[in-house]
Structures are given as structure tokens and as C-alpha cells.
Write a protein that binds this ligand. Structure first.
Ligand SMILES: O=C(O)CCC(=O)C(=O)O
Ligand SMILES: [Fe+2]
Length: 439
């Protein structure tokens, strides 16, 4: 894809009498003009603990806001967004319309870098980030992405240097995936970044002639056939029960929310990413009901995990276990594990705390893959982002599904699961506590 970006620069935004415009062709630019572009940038800030900070030990780069430059390259009109959709989205998701919003131009000169962070969500509907790297000579500055213990490196400098013609390089990822730009060794790494949002009604046609290999866990039919094989086994949960999956991605939720607003847990069904969307679609295709739940781990009473079927005001001054359990209908969650129980008796797995508040209703959840992180009651939600934001926070979500007994997996009438939690009998609880003390 060819591009001849231009930029227009105002030395300060308001002094129009000293208006200075310059033009640069980023496919043939000289070192001097790239130096001029770099010095026209401001130092890039980032978000830490919901504050905007300039800290060159964490991020060293130049940035230019969108009102200070214009460029003829259009990610939507060029077809790039359609290509990105095909790569990033799966199944039915691929047909959804997305909107890409140009966010910043960045110049990473020699020794510039950006340490690990997640991109700050700017709405519950924001799901992705797109970085376009122009063919300006540089070395280093690879982008490293990390998720679920795996790591990927995208070295645009190498990709561009090995291409016989001038091209742009691009990389798109879900914004909750941690990433970092390692040090630029020489030259100028010039990029534009976009935020991607879900938008409008579905469009039908994916770009013609483009085939993308998705990992198996992103294929609803592959995930569906693994689940069907599991459900066909009479030894698997013979009496039925509740299965739990910690979602692979985190999702932006508004930090200030009240009941007059739409519940983000409901809209989230339409906005799941990658393997999470595949799992949701696969479960539905098996005529079961996937349910998205917020799980909060108690800070003071660690064993207690509280499951919420609706959004709560995260900034609520009294957000505590009692508030969730007694006023918001929170349900206690008792973790069950396939295979041998954990060797060390870990209070995390007992699902309740003797000395703390108690849930009056509980659900036993058999984890297929456990949530890697829990939302905390009274969490500070400290985070490194690419911008300070108090508006949206990444939340960790679990997908739970009630499954009927062997032979009739869709009949959940006798299962004490998410649909009908078990009512806790206080006396029975006390007896169990006494037994535990004797162990
Ligand atoms: O330039 C890149 O490859 C990534 C930049 C980035 O992470 C950001 O601007 O938030
Ligand atoms: Fe970023």
C-alpha cells in the first residue's frame, strides 16, 4: 500500500500569525525533514494512576495531536480497516461494522521507547488499536505484545527494510493486550495510531480474496465440537452443573455508572473479542445459555468471591462485601476443580470465609479455565495506559454456563447453578466449619 502522508504544523496552536506549514513525503523523506518533524512534536505523555504524566523513563517519544497535522492516507477508504477486521475479528463478528478514529502521530527518534502498557479504553465500545508504521529509515523500535503468557514481536523496521518497494507496515491488536515499543536504535520511527470501536449495523461482505488463518480457539465450530465431545461423555459432570471460563480479554467498563445507564454487562455480549466471542457463539449454538458475570474477590476476606449478574457503581463509597451481597443480590461462588484438588489447602478454593460476611446463595462453579485476575472489592484499579482516564476501567469477566445432566445437557431444571443458586442453610454451614476445624 503506497502512501504520501503530509503534515501541517503550527508552532503553537493559537498564534495564527506565526502559522508554519510544512509538507513531508514519508516515503522519500530526508533525515533533515524527519528531524524537523520530530522537533515539531511535543513530548508524549501517558496515563498512570489516572493522571497524565511525562516520564521519559517510561515513555520517550514525540507526539502530534490530530488537529496539528493532516494526511491523505485514510485507513477506512484504503481498505485497511476491512483487512484488520478480517484478521482480528472472528465468525459473525467479522461482519460487524467498526469505526477507526485517528488518535496520534508519533515520532520515535533514536533511543525512544514506550514501556509495557495497555491502551486506555475510551468507551465500552472501544476494542482495538491499530498502529501504522511509515517507511522512514530506522532500526529497532519493535513492538512486543504479550497476552496469556505468550509473546509476539512485530519488527516493522525489518519488514519495511526487506520490502523492495515503499510500503506501510501495520499491526492491530485488542487494546487490553499488553504491549511495549522497544528502544529505537537509529533513524526515525514514524507512526499513526487509531482507536477502533464497534459501530453501526453489520455489513455483510468481508474483503474479497483475503484469507486469514485464525487460531483454533477463535473458531466457533472448533470450540463447539470440543464442547460437544465433552458433553457427550457420560462421565463428565453426570448430574450437570455450572461450567466457568475466565475470559481471555479484559473489557472497558465505565467507572462512573448508575442504574439509568445501559448495563455494560449486557452490551458486552455483542462486543466480545477473539476467542471469547468464539466461545460465546459455540455455547449458544449448542442451545445452552452463556452468561457473562462480574466476579469480585473480597480484599479483606480473600476466600470470598462474589458473582454479580449486573453492573454496580464501581466508585460507590461503600462498595464492600455486604453491599454486594445484601443490597445488590451478589451470589457467593464456590470453585470446583476437575482433576485432583490443589495440593495445598488454599483458602481461595473454599469459596467462603468463616469470619467475614456470608453469601446466602452460592453457586458451585467447575472451572475449565479459571479467571487469571479477579476484580477486587475496593480496588484502586491502578494501571499504566497510553492516556490518563478516569472514565473507563478494564474489568475481568467470567462466562458461566449451566449444563444439564448426561444425556440431556440442555435440561438445567434440576441444576443449582447460575439460574437457580443454592440457598445456604446457616446450620449446615456451621457444621461444615466445625468439621474443618477438626482436620
Ligand atoms: O508504536 C507502536 O507500535 C505502539 C504505540 C503505542 O503503544 C501507543 O501509542 O499506545
Ligand atoms: Fe499503546
Amino acid at each position: 500500500m503506497r502512501s504520501t502522508p503530509r503534515f501541517t504544523r503550527y508552532p503553537t496552536p493559537f498564534t495564527h500569525d506565526t502559522l508554519l506549514r510544512r509538507y513531508i513525503n514519508l516515503s522519500t523523506s530526508s533525515i533533515e525533514s524527519l528531524d524537523a518533524l520530530e522537533s515539531a512534536c511535543e513530548a508524549a505523555t501517558f496515563g498512570r494512576n489516572q493522571e497524565t504524566v511525562l516520564d521519559e523513563s517510561y515513555r520517550k517519544a514525540g507526539k502530534m495531536d490530530t488537529d496539528k497535522f493532516s494526511l491523505p492516507f485514510d485507513a477506512e477508504k484504503s481498505g485497511l480497516i476491512d483487512v484488520v477486521k478480517t484478521g482480528l475479528l472472528i465468525g459473525k463478528e467479522e461482519r460487524k461494522d467498526v469505526r477507526a478514529e485517528l488518535y496520534k502521530l508519533n515520532v520515535y527518534g533514536k533511543d525512544a521507547f514506550f514501556k509495557p502498557h495497555k491502551d486506555t479504553p475510551r468507551g465500552t465500545d472501544m476494542f482495538g488499536s491499530l498502529v501504522v508504521v511509515f517507511p522512514t529509515p530506522h532500526e529497532g523500535g519493535a513492538l512486543i505484545l504479550r497476552h496469556e503468557g505468550k509473546e509476539w514481536t512485530f519488527d516493522a523496521a525489518q519488514v519495511l527494510a526487506s520490502s523492495p518497494s515503499k510500503r506501510i507496515a501495520y499491526v492491530a491488536f485488542f487494546s487490553d493486550v499488553e504491549h511495549e515499543v522497544i528502544r529505537v536504535l537509529s533513524g526515525h520511527r514514524v507512526t499513526i495510531t487509531y482507536n477502533m470501536y464497534w459501530a453501526g449495523p453489520p455489513r455483510v461482505a468481508p474483503p474479497p480474496g483475503l484469507s486469514v488463518l485464525h487460531p483454533l480457539h477463535e473458531s466457533p465450530s472448533e470450540v463447539g465440537s470440543i464442547l460437544s465431545a465433552l458433553f457427550a461423555d457420560p462421565a463428565f459432570l453426570p448430574d450437570g452443573g455450572t461450567l466457568g471460563f475466565g475470559l481471555r480479554h479484559a473489557y472497558p467498563f465505565p467507572s462512573v455508572w448508575d442504574e439509568s445507564m445501559e448495563d455494560p454487562l449486557v452490551t458486552l455480549q455483542r462486543w466480545l473479542k477473539g476467542g471469547d466471542a468464539a466461545l460465546f457463539q459455540a455455547i449458544k449454538a449448542l442451545s445452552l445459555e452463556p452468561l457473562l458475570r462480574l466476579l469480585f474477590q473480597s480484599y479483606d476476606y480473600r476466600p470470598l468471591v462474589i458473582m454479580m449478574d449486573h453492573m454496580i457503581e464501581l466508585g460507590h463509597t461503600d462498595t464492600c462485601e455486604e453491599y454486594l451481597l445484601l443490597e445488590q443480590g451478589g451470589v457467593g461462588l464456590v470453585a470446583k476443580h476437575f482433576g485432583p484438588p490443589p495440593k495445598v489447602r488454599d483458602p481461595w478454593y473454599s469459596g467462603r470465609d468463616k469470619h467475614g460476611p456470608r453469601a446466602t446463595e452460592t453457586v458451585d462453579v467447575h472451572w475449565i479455565n479459571e479467571c487469571e485476575k479477579w476484580n477486587r472489592v475496593r480496588s484502586e484499579y491502578v494501571a499504566y495506559g497510553n492516556e490518563a482516564s478516569t472514565e473507563y476501567l478494564y474489568m475481568n469477566i467470567a462466562l458461566l454456563v449451566d449444563v444439564g445432566p448426561a444425556g440431556n445437557r440442555t435440561d438445567i431444571s434440576a441444576v443449582h447453578g447460575v439460574h437457580s443458586p443454592r440457598i445456604v442453610d446457616e446450620d449446615e454451614e456451621d457444621e461444615e466449619d466445625d468439621e474443618e476445624e477438626e482436620d
